[in-house]
Ligand binder design. Structure first.
Ligand code: BES
Ligand code: ZN
Ligand code: ZN
Length: 496
């Protein structure tokens, strides 16, 4: 879908559909349009039919009073509460209505002209609206063969400005890159496990890296064995699909470097500690951390951010094959520490142990951030509203800052000594589950990971609840959400 800027006055725009916003009981920037089209908005506000509450909509047929054929009015809520996130979500709703209910092929919008609480610049609002249009429109149709004729598509959205400035064009481009990277992650998460094996994921990563000038090294099983990445190998032993290990590098202009490390379990059956049928339903998405790592590096490269980023991704399936690793096994990891495997379903951390050490020892980054769909406990604690973050204050604080601007919520959990004690093993160095079953699962998983970080400032983001959703919202469909691309790009923009 194309998104274009157009220099024009709203009343003289020729379009199938004009999408505008009003505040609660206040027509706001829609005043001129309202006057020119018979004051329908004001009238319906007086009659209390449509009062501009967030989520309310009103459709007006202009009957030739202006050049736009129809108007879709979106309620934005109380003027003092409008944020860029509200604009983004509102246009998400708007473009879905335009496409699915009104059957429009194109629309024009001025939603970005509304004032926001944080007094955002027009460029920031244009970026948010661009993202909202593209994300709201997302659908995963690859495996549909029936009813395709009924599926509607938008071809173009036009964002109207009084004057076309270079900075507005840049804002559209930036919004596009962020949304496309998010969609890239969604597509990967939505792929079935049998399609997106470690090998296929690696091939996609190679293709994308080439496209955007990102350096990539792909290790196959033999090379992984040679490097002694035994954590990754242990998890992959039950599967007939071989593991892969990826190292990516985008070198923007910066003295400092950062490593993103992603959990890449392309399907998590639980292994011998087999999951329930219900528990396995969404486990094709257990590579969400890996997809976000790749997506964030692509976004950084496309945005030409002045940052030096590495990506480290261990890819494997977790299956109960005849050679599968077993509860009670002891695995020697890349840094020499031993893991007592007490539950084969706590596999992500076993693979991450190697990836984290690999990143720290070989790439020597200034900061490490890992992303992983790591624990069911995180879903229990925060649902799909926020991701959990654990780690060093310096980075966690910066992530929290970035979270405010990006709108992707994170919530910090503590990593006190008591928790570190709970992952000490009787017979090995660490155990892969906490001592007390069902207690502090997200923190003990992070405590486990901490054992594989020596001295580099580190933060762990558990995206188990945010990477995948069963709910359709303004900007997401059921399935992969692409959560994290917004957070990471705003973190990287500010990171020095
Ligand atoms: N991939 C799962 C975590 C998960 C659960 C992600 C639900 C998304 C939604 C992970 O590998 C896992 O199975 N963790 C176990 C750990 C337990 C055995 C200590 C869990 O959370 O149950
Ligand atoms: Zn698992
Ligand atoms: Zn898993």
């Amino acid at each position: 879908m194309k998104i274009n800027l157009k220099e024009s006055k709203i009343e003289s725009i020729e379009t199938e559909l004009l999408i505008i916003g009003t505040y609660e009981n206040d027509v706001g920037t829609a005043k001129k349009i309202d006057e020119k089209t018979g004051n329908e908005i004001t009238k319906s506000m007086k009659k209390k039919e449509f009062n501009g509450e967030y989520g309310q909509i009103k459709i007006i047929n202009t009957a030739g009073k202006i050049k736009a054929k129809n108007i879709l009015v979106l309620g934005l809520g109380k003027k003092e509460n409008v944020t860029v996130m509200i604009l983004k979500k509102a246009i998400g709703i708007g473009s879905r209505i335009a496409r699915d209910i009104l059957g429009a092929k194109e629309f024009t919008t001025t939603l970005h002209s509304n004032e926001t609480k944080e007094k955002n610049s027009l460029a920031e609002k244009i970026q948010a609206v661009t993202e909202g249009i593209l994300l709201g429109n997302y659908q995963f149709l690859k495996y549909k063969t029936q009813g395709l004729d009924k599926i509607k598509k938008l071809n173009e959205a036009i964002i109207v400005v009084d004057k076309k400035e270079k900075e507005y064009e840049k804002a559209v481009e930036k919004g596009k890159i962020i949304a496309e990277s998010t969609i890239f992650v969604r597509d990967l998460v939505n792929e079935p496990g049998s399609e997106l094996t470690p090998e296929v994921f690696a091939k996609i990563a190679e293709k994308e890296a080439k496209k955007y000038g990102i350096k990539i090294t792909v290790l196959n099983k033999k090379e992984i064995e040679k490097k002694k990445l035994y954590g990754l190998l242990a998890v992959s032993r039950g599967s007939i699909n071989d593991p892969r290990f990826l190292i990516l590098e985008y070198k923007g202009n910066s003295k400092k470097s950062l490593a993103l490390v992603g959990k890449g379990v392309t399907f998590d059956s639980g292994g011998l500690d087999l999951k329930s049928a219900k528990g396995m339903e969404t486990m094709k998405g257990d590579m969400g951390g890996a997809a976000t790592t790749l997506g964030a590096i692509i976004a950084a490269a496309r945005l030409k951010l002045p940052v030096h980023i590495y990506g480290v991704i261990g890819l494997t399936e977790n299956m109960p094959g005849r050679n599968a690793y077993k509860p009670g096994d002891v695995v020697k990891t890349y840094n020499g520490k031993t893991i007592e495997v007490l539950n084969t379903d706590a596999e992500g951390r076993v693979t991450l142990a190697d990836s984290l050490t690999y990143a720290e020892k070989n790439l020597k980054p200034d900061v490490i951030i890992d992303l992983a769909t790591l624990t069911g406990a995180c879903v229990v604690a925060l649902g799909s509203v926020a991701a959990a973050v654990v780690g060093d204050e310096k980075i966690v604080d910066k992530l929290k800052e970035a979270s405010k601007t990006s709108g992707e919520k994170i919530w910090e959990l503590p990593l006190w000594q008591e928790y570190l004690d709970q992952v000490k093993s009787d017979i090995a160095d660490v155990r892969n589950i906490g001592l007390y079953a069902g207690e502090a699962g997200t923190i003990t998983a992070a405590a486990f990971l901490k054992n594989f970080i020596d001295k580099t400032p580190w933060a762990h983001i558990d995206i188990a609840g945010t990477a995948f959703t069963n709910e359709e919202k303004e900007l997401t469909k059921k399935g992969g959400t692409g959560w994290g691309i917004n957070l990471l790009t705003s973190f990287l923009e500010k990171w020095k």
